[in-house]
Design a protein around this ligand. Structure first.
Ligand code: SAH
Ligand code: SF4
Length: 419
Protein backbone atom coordinates (compact mmCIF):
# COMPACT_ATOMS: atom_id res chain seq x y z
CA UNK A 1 0.00 0.00 0.00
CA UNK A 2 2.80 2.42 0.85
CA UNK A 3 4.59 1.66 -2.41
CA UNK A 4 1.38 2.46 -4.26
CA UNK A 5 0.90 5.70 -2.30
CA UNK A 6 4.44 6.66 -3.36
CA UNK A 7 3.53 5.95 -6.98
CA UNK A 8 0.79 8.56 -6.64
CA UNK A 9 3.23 11.15 -5.28
CA UNK A 10 5.61 10.31 -8.12
CA UNK A 11 2.74 10.79 -10.58
CA UNK A 12 2.07 14.29 -9.25
CA UNK A 13 5.74 15.15 -9.67
CA UNK A 14 5.85 13.66 -13.16
CA UNK A 15 2.81 15.75 -14.17
CA UNK A 16 4.86 18.77 -13.18
CA UNK A 17 7.71 17.65 -15.44
CA UNK A 18 9.97 16.11 -12.83
CA UNK A 19 11.86 12.89 -13.55
CA UNK A 20 13.20 10.35 -11.09
CA UNK A 21 16.80 11.09 -10.09
CA UNK A 22 19.24 8.27 -9.53
CA UNK A 23 21.23 10.14 -6.92
CA UNK A 24 19.93 12.01 -3.92
CA UNK A 25 22.43 14.85 -4.57
CA UNK A 26 20.86 15.49 -8.01
CA UNK A 27 17.29 15.79 -6.75
CA UNK A 28 15.30 19.04 -6.84
CA UNK A 29 12.52 17.61 -4.69
CA UNK A 30 12.82 14.96 -2.01
CA UNK A 31 9.60 13.42 -0.70
CA UNK A 32 9.41 11.23 2.37
CA UNK A 33 6.36 9.02 2.41
CA UNK A 34 6.32 7.89 6.03
CA UNK A 35 4.71 5.10 8.00
CA UNK A 36 4.02 5.12 11.72
CA UNK A 37 2.59 1.65 12.18
CA UNK A 38 5.52 0.73 14.43
CA UNK A 39 8.05 2.81 16.32
CA UNK A 40 10.99 1.47 14.30
CA UNK A 41 9.49 2.80 11.05
CA UNK A 42 9.14 6.21 12.63
CA UNK A 43 12.69 6.19 14.01
CA UNK A 44 14.00 5.40 10.53
CA UNK A 45 12.02 8.24 9.00
CA UNK A 46 13.29 10.74 11.56
CA UNK A 47 16.88 9.61 10.94
CA UNK A 48 16.55 9.90 7.17
CA UNK A 49 14.89 13.31 7.26
CA UNK A 50 17.57 14.62 9.62
CA UNK A 51 20.27 13.37 7.26
CA UNK A 52 19.02 15.82 4.60
CA UNK A 53 19.91 18.92 6.60
CA UNK A 54 23.39 19.12 5.08
CA UNK A 55 22.17 18.76 1.50
CA UNK A 56 19.50 21.41 2.01
CA UNK A 57 22.12 23.78 3.41
CA UNK A 58 24.32 23.29 0.34
CA UNK A 59 21.41 23.49 -2.12
CA UNK A 60 18.94 26.17 -1.12
CA UNK A 61 16.54 25.44 -4.00
CA UNK A 62 15.94 21.87 -2.82
CA UNK A 63 12.34 21.21 -1.79
CA UNK A 64 11.94 18.74 1.06
CA UNK A 65 8.49 17.29 1.69
CA UNK A 66 7.36 14.96 4.45
CA UNK A 67 4.03 13.21 4.30
CA UNK A 68 2.26 9.98 5.06
CA UNK A 69 0.66 8.68 8.18
CA UNK A 70 3.43 9.73 10.57
CA UNK A 71 2.35 13.35 10.10
CA UNK A 72 -1.26 12.57 11.02
CA UNK A 73 -0.58 11.74 14.65
CA UNK A 74 -1.60 14.28 17.28
CA UNK A 75 1.02 17.04 17.45
CA UNK A 76 3.22 15.39 14.80
CA UNK A 77 3.21 18.25 12.30
CA UNK A 78 4.37 20.72 14.97
CA UNK A 79 6.98 18.26 16.20
CA UNK A 80 8.31 17.81 12.65
CA UNK A 81 8.40 21.57 12.04
CA UNK A 82 10.32 22.16 15.26
CA UNK A 83 12.75 19.28 14.78
CA UNK A 84 13.40 19.92 11.09
CA UNK A 85 12.89 23.63 10.35
CA UNK A 86 14.37 23.07 6.88
CA UNK A 87 11.42 20.93 5.73
CA UNK A 88 9.33 22.90 3.19
CA UNK A 89 6.15 20.86 2.92
CA UNK A 90 4.37 18.72 5.47
CA UNK A 91 1.31 16.91 4.16
CA UNK A 92 -1.12 14.30 5.42
CA UNK A 93 -1.72 10.67 4.59
CA UNK A 94 -5.09 10.63 3.01
CA UNK A 95 -5.02 12.93 0.08
CA UNK A 96 -2.17 13.08 -2.42
CA UNK A 97 -3.85 16.24 -3.71
CA UNK A 98 -2.75 17.99 -0.53
CA UNK A 99 0.84 17.36 -1.55
CA UNK A 100 0.05 18.63 -5.04
CA UNK A 101 -1.56 21.77 -3.65
CA UNK A 102 1.29 22.54 -1.27
CA UNK A 103 3.89 21.84 -3.95
CA UNK A 104 2.12 24.15 -6.36
CA UNK A 105 1.95 26.82 -3.70
CA UNK A 106 5.63 26.38 -3.17
CA UNK A 107 6.18 26.58 -6.90
CA UNK A 108 3.58 29.38 -7.11
CA UNK A 109 1.27 27.53 -9.46
CA UNK A 110 -2.50 27.26 -9.47
CA UNK A 111 -4.50 24.26 -8.50
CA UNK A 112 -8.04 23.48 -9.50
CA UNK A 113 -8.71 19.82 -9.98
CA UNK A 114 -9.78 17.11 -7.63
CA UNK A 115 -11.73 13.95 -8.35
CA UNK A 116 -11.90 10.25 -7.79
CA UNK A 117 -9.48 9.49 -10.59
CA UNK A 118 -5.91 9.14 -9.49
CA UNK A 119 -2.75 9.99 -11.37
CA UNK A 120 0.45 8.17 -10.65
CA UNK A 121 3.52 6.55 -12.10
CA UNK A 122 3.32 2.81 -11.78
CA UNK A 123 6.77 1.53 -10.89
CA UNK A 124 6.01 -2.11 -10.60
CA UNK A 125 5.21 -3.51 -14.06
CA UNK A 126 3.71 -6.11 -14.55
CA UNK A 127 2.06 -5.75 -11.13
CA UNK A 128 -0.55 -3.05 -10.66
CA UNK A 129 -1.95 -2.01 -7.30
CA UNK A 130 -5.40 -0.52 -7.15
CA UNK A 131 -6.92 1.03 -4.04
CA UNK A 132 -10.53 0.07 -3.52
CA UNK A 133 -11.19 1.26 0.02
CA UNK A 134 -9.36 3.80 2.17
CA UNK A 135 -9.17 4.06 5.95
CA UNK A 136 -10.35 1.63 8.59
CA UNK A 137 -13.25 1.36 11.05
CA UNK A 138 -11.95 -1.56 13.06
CA UNK A 139 -9.92 0.05 15.81
CA UNK A 140 -7.85 -2.97 16.73
CA UNK A 141 -6.53 -1.81 20.08
CA UNK A 142 -2.83 -1.83 19.09
CA UNK A 143 -3.24 -0.10 15.75
CA UNK A 144 -2.81 3.53 14.80
CA UNK A 145 -4.19 3.21 11.26
CA UNK A 146 -7.80 4.28 12.02
CA UNK A 147 -6.48 7.43 13.74
CA UNK A 148 -4.16 8.46 10.93
CA UNK A 149 -6.06 7.21 7.88
CA UNK A 150 -9.59 8.03 8.99
CA UNK A 151 -12.86 6.13 8.46
CA UNK A 152 -13.55 3.66 5.67
CA UNK A 153 -14.30 5.21 2.30
CA UNK A 154 -14.92 3.01 -0.75
CA UNK A 155 -13.94 4.27 -4.16
CA UNK A 156 -16.69 4.22 -6.75
CA UNK A 157 -17.02 1.02 -8.75
CA UNK A 158 -16.75 3.09 -11.92
CA UNK A 159 -13.39 4.60 -10.94
CA UNK A 160 -12.05 1.15 -10.01
CA UNK A 161 -13.31 -0.50 -13.21
CA UNK A 162 -11.78 2.28 -15.29
CA UNK A 163 -8.46 1.73 -13.59
CA UNK A 164 -8.67 -2.04 -14.09
CA UNK A 165 -9.44 -1.41 -17.75
CA UNK A 166 -6.47 0.90 -18.15
CA UNK A 167 -3.94 -1.46 -16.58
CA UNK A 168 -5.22 -4.49 -18.51
CA UNK A 169 -5.00 -2.55 -21.77
CA UNK A 170 -1.50 -1.44 -20.85
CA UNK A 171 -0.44 -5.07 -20.50
CA UNK A 172 -0.26 -5.38 -16.72
CA UNK A 173 -0.61 -9.04 -15.80
CA UNK A 174 -1.31 -8.96 -12.09
CA UNK A 175 -3.70 -6.70 -10.23
CA UNK A 176 -3.77 -6.41 -6.45
CA UNK A 177 -6.82 -4.73 -4.94
CA UNK A 178 -5.86 -2.85 -1.80
CA UNK A 179 -7.64 -1.92 1.39
CA UNK A 180 -6.97 -2.17 5.12
CA UNK A 181 -9.96 -4.47 5.10
CA UNK A 182 -11.02 -5.26 1.52
CA UNK A 183 -14.02 -7.20 2.87
CA UNK A 184 -15.55 -3.86 3.89
CA UNK A 185 -15.55 -2.63 0.32
CA UNK A 186 -18.88 -1.18 -0.73
CA UNK A 187 -20.54 -1.20 2.69
CA UNK A 188 -20.75 2.60 2.48
CA UNK A 189 -21.79 2.73 -1.17
CA UNK A 190 -24.32 -0.08 -1.32
CA UNK A 191 -22.25 -2.68 -3.14
CA UNK A 192 -19.89 -5.42 -1.93
CA UNK A 193 -16.43 -6.87 -2.39
CA UNK A 194 -17.89 -10.08 -3.85
CA UNK A 195 -19.82 -8.08 -6.44
CA UNK A 196 -16.66 -6.18 -7.38
CA UNK A 197 -14.68 -9.41 -7.82
CA UNK A 198 -17.48 -10.94 -9.91
CA UNK A 199 -17.64 -7.83 -12.06
CA UNK A 200 -13.89 -7.80 -12.74
CA UNK A 201 -13.80 -11.54 -13.44
CA UNK A 202 -16.77 -11.54 -15.82
CA UNK A 203 -15.76 -8.36 -17.65
CA UNK A 204 -12.22 -9.61 -18.27
CA UNK A 205 -12.87 -13.35 -18.52
CA UNK A 206 -10.99 -13.55 -21.82
CA UNK A 207 -7.87 -11.73 -20.62
CA UNK A 208 -4.92 -13.58 -19.14
CA UNK A 209 -4.10 -11.90 -15.84
CA UNK A 210 -4.02 -12.60 -12.12
CA UNK A 211 -6.11 -10.96 -9.44
CA UNK A 212 -5.06 -10.70 -5.79
CA UNK A 213 -6.28 -8.59 -2.89
CA UNK A 214 -5.26 -7.66 0.61
CA UNK A 215 -5.85 -7.46 3.54
CA UNK A 216 -8.74 -9.56 4.70
CA UNK A 217 -10.16 -9.31 8.18
CA UNK A 218 -10.89 -12.80 9.56
CA UNK A 219 -14.14 -11.57 11.12
CA UNK A 220 -15.40 -10.45 7.70
CA UNK A 221 -14.33 -13.18 5.30
CA UNK A 222 -17.46 -15.08 4.29
CA UNK A 223 -18.34 -18.37 2.62
CA UNK A 224 -19.73 -16.31 -0.26
CA UNK A 225 -16.33 -14.66 -0.80
CA UNK A 226 -14.46 -17.97 -0.64
CA UNK A 227 -16.88 -19.37 -3.22
CA UNK A 228 -16.25 -16.43 -5.54
CA UNK A 229 -12.50 -17.00 -5.28
CA UNK A 230 -13.01 -20.70 -6.07
CA UNK A 231 -15.31 -19.86 -8.98
CA UNK A 232 -12.62 -18.02 -10.98
CA UNK A 233 -9.47 -20.17 -10.64
CA UNK A 234 -8.06 -18.80 -13.88
CA UNK A 235 -8.14 -15.24 -12.62
CA UNK A 236 -8.24 -15.05 -8.81
CA UNK A 237 -5.09 -16.51 -7.22
CA UNK A 238 -5.55 -19.30 -4.68
CA UNK A 239 -3.79 -17.09 -2.17
CA UNK A 240 -5.30 -15.34 0.84
CA UNK A 241 -3.53 -13.02 3.24
CA UNK A 242 -5.33 -13.74 6.46
CA UNK A 243 -3.92 -11.84 9.45
CA UNK A 244 -4.10 -13.89 12.65
CA UNK A 245 -2.39 -11.38 15.00
CA UNK A 246 -2.69 -13.80 17.93
CA UNK A 247 -3.81 -17.38 18.49
CA UNK A 248 -5.07 -16.64 21.99
CA UNK A 249 -8.78 -15.89 22.27
CA UNK A 250 -8.09 -13.83 25.36
CA UNK A 251 -5.50 -11.66 23.60
CA UNK A 252 -7.72 -11.42 20.49
CA UNK A 253 -10.45 -9.99 22.72
CA UNK A 254 -8.03 -7.43 24.17
CA UNK A 255 -6.91 -6.63 20.63
CA UNK A 256 -10.57 -5.98 19.71
CA UNK A 257 -10.26 -8.37 16.76
CA UNK A 258 -13.81 -9.75 17.17
CA UNK A 259 -12.97 -13.41 16.50
CA UNK A 260 -11.73 -16.32 18.61
CA UNK A 261 -9.03 -18.90 17.97
CA UNK A 262 -11.79 -21.36 17.03
CA UNK A 263 -13.54 -18.93 14.65
CA UNK A 264 -10.22 -18.35 12.94
CA UNK A 265 -9.47 -22.06 12.54
CA UNK A 266 -13.02 -22.68 11.31
CA UNK A 267 -12.53 -20.10 8.57
CA UNK A 268 -9.25 -21.76 7.60
CA UNK A 269 -11.17 -25.05 7.24
CA UNK A 270 -13.79 -23.30 5.15
CA UNK A 271 -11.13 -21.84 2.84
CA UNK A 272 -9.54 -25.28 2.42
CA UNK A 273 -12.92 -26.91 1.83
CA UNK A 274 -13.52 -24.80 -1.29
CA UNK A 275 -9.89 -24.16 -2.28
CA UNK A 276 -7.86 -27.17 -1.07
CA UNK A 277 -4.57 -25.87 -2.47
CA UNK A 278 -5.06 -22.32 -1.14
CA UNK A 279 -1.91 -20.66 0.06
CA UNK A 280 -2.56 -18.71 3.25
CA UNK A 281 -0.20 -16.09 4.65
CA UNK A 282 -0.59 -14.09 7.81
CA UNK A 283 0.48 -11.28 10.15
CA UNK A 284 1.31 -12.06 13.79
CA UNK A 285 2.12 -9.77 16.69
CA UNK A 286 3.99 -11.10 19.73
CA UNK A 287 4.35 -9.34 23.06
CA UNK A 288 0.94 -7.66 23.15
CA UNK A 289 0.29 -6.29 26.69
CA UNK A 290 -0.59 -9.10 29.09
CA UNK A 291 0.46 -11.89 26.69
CA UNK A 292 1.31 -14.85 28.92
CA UNK A 293 3.38 -17.90 27.98
CA UNK A 294 0.09 -19.73 27.54
CA UNK A 295 -1.23 -17.06 25.15
CA UNK A 296 1.98 -17.21 23.16
CA UNK A 297 1.72 -21.02 22.95
CA UNK A 298 -1.78 -20.59 21.57
CA UNK A 299 -0.28 -18.58 18.71
CA UNK A 300 2.37 -21.27 18.19
CA UNK A 301 -0.42 -23.86 18.17
CA UNK A 302 -2.26 -22.05 15.35
CA UNK A 303 0.98 -21.65 13.38
CA UNK A 304 1.59 -25.41 13.72
CA UNK A 305 -1.97 -26.28 12.75
CA UNK A 306 -2.44 -23.94 9.78
CA UNK A 307 1.05 -24.16 8.29
CA UNK A 308 1.03 -20.69 6.75
CA UNK A 309 2.83 -20.26 3.44
CA UNK A 310 4.41 -17.15 4.91
CA UNK A 311 4.09 -14.88 7.93
CA UNK A 312 4.91 -11.25 8.60
CA UNK A 313 5.87 -11.33 12.25
CA UNK A 314 5.99 -8.24 14.44
CA UNK A 315 7.01 -7.37 17.95
CA UNK A 316 4.24 -5.33 19.55
CA UNK A 317 5.07 -1.63 19.32
CA UNK A 318 3.34 0.82 21.64
CA UNK A 319 1.59 3.52 19.60
CA UNK A 320 0.46 6.45 21.68
CA UNK A 321 -3.21 7.29 21.34
CA UNK A 322 -4.24 3.65 20.92
CA UNK A 323 -6.13 1.71 23.59
CA UNK A 324 -3.39 -0.90 24.06
CA UNK A 325 -0.77 1.75 24.82
CA UNK A 326 -2.60 2.39 28.11
CA UNK A 327 -2.90 -1.28 29.09
CA UNK A 328 -1.12 -2.74 32.10
CA UNK A 329 1.39 -5.57 31.84
CA UNK A 330 3.42 -4.29 28.92
CA UNK A 331 5.83 -7.11 28.01
CA UNK A 332 9.60 -6.75 28.53
CA UNK A 333 11.97 -6.40 25.60
CA UNK A 334 13.70 -9.70 26.47
CA UNK A 335 10.48 -11.72 26.45
CA UNK A 336 9.34 -10.12 23.19
CA UNK A 337 12.69 -10.89 21.61
CA UNK A 338 12.63 -14.51 22.67
CA UNK A 339 9.06 -14.97 21.43
CA UNK A 340 9.72 -13.42 18.03
CA UNK A 341 12.94 -15.43 17.58
CA UNK A 342 11.16 -18.71 18.33
CA UNK A 343 8.22 -17.84 16.13
CA UNK A 344 10.40 -16.88 13.18
CA UNK A 345 12.39 -20.12 13.52
CA UNK A 346 9.20 -22.18 13.58
CA UNK A 347 7.71 -20.43 10.56
CA UNK A 348 11.00 -20.76 8.66
CA UNK A 349 11.02 -24.50 9.22
CA UNK A 350 7.40 -24.77 8.06
CA UNK A 351 8.13 -22.72 4.95
CA UNK A 352 11.18 -24.83 4.19
CA UNK A 353 9.16 -28.05 4.40
CA UNK A 354 6.47 -26.66 2.09
CA UNK A 355 9.08 -25.51 -0.41
CA UNK A 356 10.40 -29.05 -0.82
CA UNK A 357 7.14 -30.11 -2.44
CA UNK A 358 8.09 -27.95 -5.42
CA UNK A 359 11.18 -30.01 -6.34
CA UNK A 360 10.86 -31.46 -9.84
CA UNK A 361 7.55 -29.65 -10.46
CA UNK A 362 6.61 -27.39 -13.34
CA UNK A 363 5.49 -23.99 -12.17
CA UNK A 364 3.96 -21.06 -14.03
CA UNK A 365 5.72 -17.83 -13.16
CA UNK A 366 4.80 -14.26 -14.04
CA UNK A 367 8.19 -12.71 -14.72
CA UNK A 368 8.49 -9.44 -12.85
CA UNK A 369 12.15 -8.56 -12.60
CA UNK A 370 15.80 -9.38 -12.95
CA UNK A 371 18.03 -10.13 -9.97
CA UNK A 372 21.36 -8.43 -10.77
CA UNK A 373 23.24 -10.26 -8.03
CA UNK A 374 22.10 -13.71 -9.05
CA UNK A 375 21.95 -12.93 -12.79
CA UNK A 376 18.54 -14.56 -12.88
CA UNK A 377 15.04 -13.52 -13.87
CA UNK A 378 12.46 -13.77 -11.12
CA UNK A 379 8.71 -13.87 -10.71
CA UNK A 380 5.97 -15.40 -8.62
CA UNK A 381 3.60 -18.30 -9.05
CA UNK A 382 -0.11 -18.08 -8.18
CA UNK A 383 0.65 -19.06 -4.59
CA UNK A 384 2.98 -16.06 -4.31
CA UNK A 385 6.18 -18.17 -4.32
CA UNK A 386 9.24 -16.54 -5.84
CA UNK A 387 10.90 -18.49 -8.65
CA UNK A 388 14.26 -17.75 -10.33
CA UNK A 389 15.62 -18.89 -13.69
CA UNK A 390 18.38 -17.97 -16.15
CA UNK A 391 17.52 -16.51 -19.54
CA UNK A 392 19.24 -14.39 -22.16
CA UNK A 393 16.12 -12.56 -23.24
CA UNK A 394 14.05 -9.95 -21.36
CA UNK A 395 10.84 -11.75 -20.41
CA UNK A 396 9.47 -9.26 -17.87
CA UNK A 397 5.68 -9.18 -18.02
CA UNK A 398 5.34 -12.67 -19.54
CA UNK A 399 3.95 -15.89 -18.12
CA UNK A 400 6.53 -18.67 -18.40
CA UNK A 401 6.88 -22.19 -17.05
CA UNK A 402 9.97 -23.29 -15.14
CA UNK A 403 10.94 -26.73 -13.91
CA UNK A 404 12.16 -26.48 -10.32
CA UNK A 405 15.48 -28.23 -9.74
CA UNK A 406 16.60 -26.54 -6.52
CA UNK A 407 14.91 -24.84 -3.56
CA UNK A 408 16.28 -22.59 -0.86
CA UNK A 409 14.18 -21.23 2.01
CA UNK A 410 11.18 -19.64 0.31
CA UNK A 411 12.77 -19.49 -3.14
CA UNK A 412 12.52 -21.82 -6.11
CA UNK A 413 15.22 -22.17 -8.76
CA UNK A 414 14.73 -23.80 -12.14
CA UNK A 415 15.13 -23.89 -15.89
CA UNK A 416 12.84 -22.19 -18.33
CA UNK A 417 10.91 -24.89 -20.18
CA UNK A 418 8.00 -23.04 -21.78
CA UNK A 419 6.86 -19.53 -22.58
N1 SAH B 1 -5.37 -3.74 7.91
C1 SAH B 1 -4.44 -4.80 7.93
C2 SAH B 1 -3.15 -4.49 8.64
C3 SAH B 1 -2.42 -3.28 8.36
S1 SAH B 1 -1.05 -3.02 9.38
C4 SAH B 1 -5.06 -5.93 8.71
O1 SAH B 1 -5.84 -5.71 9.61
O2 SAH B 1 -4.64 -7.03 8.43
C5 SAH B 1 -0.05 -4.42 9.01
C6 SAH B 1 0.31 -5.24 10.20
O3 SAH B 1 1.11 -4.48 11.09
C7 SAH B 1 -0.86 -5.69 11.07
O4 SAH B 1 -1.51 -6.79 10.55
C8 SAH B 1 -0.19 -6.00 12.39
O5 SAH B 1 0.26 -7.34 12.42
C9 SAH B 1 1.02 -5.06 12.37
N2 SAH B 1 0.85 -4.00 13.38
C10 SAH B 1 -0.08 -3.03 13.39
N3 SAH B 1 0.07 -2.26 14.49
C11 SAH B 1 1.10 -2.77 15.19
C12 SAH B 1 1.74 -2.43 16.42
N4 SAH B 1 1.32 -1.42 17.16
N5 SAH B 1 2.80 -3.18 16.82
C13 SAH B 1 3.23 -4.23 16.07
N6 SAH B 1 2.67 -4.60 14.91
C14 SAH B 1 1.62 -3.88 14.48
FE1 SF4 C 1 -5.28 -1.68 12.00
FE2 SF4 C 1 -7.09 -3.50 12.65
FE3 SF4 C 1 -7.68 -1.63 10.86
FE4 SF4 C 1 -5.94 -3.55 10.22
S1 SF4 C 1 -8.12 -3.83 10.71
S2 SF4 C 1 -5.71 -1.36 9.87
S3 SF4 C 1 -4.92 -3.90 12.16
S4 SF4 C 1 -7.25 -1.30 13.01
Amino acid sequence: MNVHESEKLAGILEDKGYVLSEKLEDADVVVFNTCCIRESAETHAYGNIGALKKLKKAKKSLIVAVGGCMTEQVGAKEKLKNTFPFVDIIFGANNPNEFKFLLENKLKLVHDEKDDRESFVRTSFPNAWINIVYGCNNFCSYCIVPYVKGRERSRSENAIMQEVDTVINQGYKEITLLGQNVNSYGKDTGTSFCELLEKICTTYKDSKFRLRFMSNHPKDITEELIKVIAKYPNIICPYIHFPLQSGSTDILRKMNRKYTKENYLDKIDLIRKYIPDCSISTDIIVGFPGETDFDYQETIDVVNKVKFSGAFTFVYSKRSGTVAAEMDNQISKEVKKQRITNLVALQNSITKESTKIYLGKEVEILVEGYDEKRNLYLGRDVYNRMGYFPCEEDLIGQFVTIKVDRVNGVSLFGELIRR
